[in-house]
Design a protein around this ligand. Structure first.
Ligand code: ADP
Ligand code: MN
Ligand code: MN
Ligand code: MN
Length: 341
């Protein structure tokens, strides 16, 4: 028997985007626990905008568990927030709205800024700007990435791989102090769970560096020539991968057009600052798609067309601060409106 440190992680009730919360409970197990062995737990919802003071208990329901290599016998336990009955999803529980579909695959490209003392890492502390954008994207060398960003990013990658998170890659991004990681998962909820846990690990790791992560989509504002942050969402279903076809694809894109406002509503706050039609984006009020078109709402990879309109598609509109549960939920809801015959 060993005592395990179980970090129960959940999303609070803040709007328009939730914060990550976590607290530890110690439980004894023979070996690293399985999900089914983890008990429900509760927390004070009045401190997280999830309940009134008088009846403040909310319930944490474990939905995924990952090893935490920073702690002896540590585990990260992703949870859904439930009502006091333990069965009804809390209104803030966006994960519970995702259709169950083991054939749905998502790949999220999470962009973010590392910030210190109110400016992106590598920006002059007293105000002003570093060299304009150009060499930072996938760059190397002190003048491009500074002295500590890569250390953070590499350490984060190892923590995520230790946890079993399915990172597919990392890269330095277009703005100084801006980076990206990509996570892919099969099953409608897996990639989104892993993005939230990867965000948690990144924020926790950066405490000791006195660095904060800024997830906002346009932290430097829209009037300067500095890129914003997105979370391109790549998706496919069994039908898209195995049947597809031009007719189905066109019907699907018509549905995405029809529901464009519903999509934008869950693609992250302040997206009008980022989806301007500049910096490889389509403007927020338009929907279009295009083969290999990085200025489109949905980019259709060359491989998709070459394979007879089969494969995955990339929705480029979601931003870096969006809730991947809400993104996955909305995409699957729109797909479900299109008959597969
Ligand atoms: P880019 O920056 O050119 O848009 P990335 O390599 O950063 O491309 O991201 C593409 C992502 O597409 C990959 O990280 C992967 O997660 C995702 N992906 C690949 N194949 C599929 C698929 N069949 N279904 C869903 N997502 C996929
Ligand atoms: Mn990418
Ligand atoms: Mn990118
Ligand atoms: Mn992309």
């Amino acid at each position: 028997m060993a005592k395990y440190k179980l970090e129960y992680i959940w999303l609070d009730g803040y709007e328009p985007v939730p914060n990550l919360r976590g607290k530890t409970q110690i439980k004894e197990f023979d070996a690293f626990p399985k999900l089914e062995q983890l008990p429900l737990w509760n927390f004070d919802g009045s401190s997280t905008r999830q309940a009134e003071g008088r009846s403040s208990d909310c319930v944490l329901k474990p939905v995924a568990i990952y090893p935490d290599s920073t702690r002896k016998n540590g585990a990260l336990v992703m949870c859904e927030v439930m009502m006091p009955d333990g069965k009804t999803p809390h209104p803030s529980n966006s994960r519970a709205t995702i259709l169950d579909d083991p054939g749905a695959w998502f790949g999220f490209e999470q962009e973010y800024f590392l910030y210190q003392d109110g400016v992106p890492l590598g920006f002059p502390k007293g105000g002003g700007f570093p060299f304009p954008q150009g060499e930072y994207y996938t760059g190397v060398g002190y003048k491009n990435v500074g002295d500590v960003a890569r250390e953070i990013v590499e350490e984060h990658l190892d923590l995520c791989l230790d946890a079993g998170i399915n990172h597919e890659g990392i890269n330095a991004e277009v703005a100084k102090g801006q980076w990206e990681f990509q996570i892919f998962g099969k099953g409608s909820k897996n990639a989104a769970d892993q993005v939230w846990v990867a965000r948690y690990l990144m924020m926790r790791l950066c405490e000791k560096y006195q660095v904060d992560i800024v997830w906002h989509c346009k932290p430097l504002g829209k009037d300067v020539d500095w890129n914003g942050s997105g979370m391109h969402s790549n998706f496919s279903t069994t039908h898209l991968r195995e049947v597809g076809g031009k007719e189905y694809f066109e019907a699907l894109m018509a549905a995405f057009d029809k529901y464009k406002n519903e999509h934008i509503a869950v693609y992250g706050p302040d997206n009008h600052l980022r989806l301007t039609g500049l910096h490889e984006t389509q403007s927020i009020d338009k929907f279009n798609y295009g083969v290999a078109n990085r200025g489109a709402s949905i980019r259709v990879p060359h491989s998709f067309v070459n394979n007879g309109y089969k494969g995955y598609l990339e929705d480029r509109r979601p931003n870096s601060q969006a809730d991947p549960y809400k993104i996955a939920s909305r995409i699957l809801q729109t797909i479900a409106t299109v008959p597969t015959k």
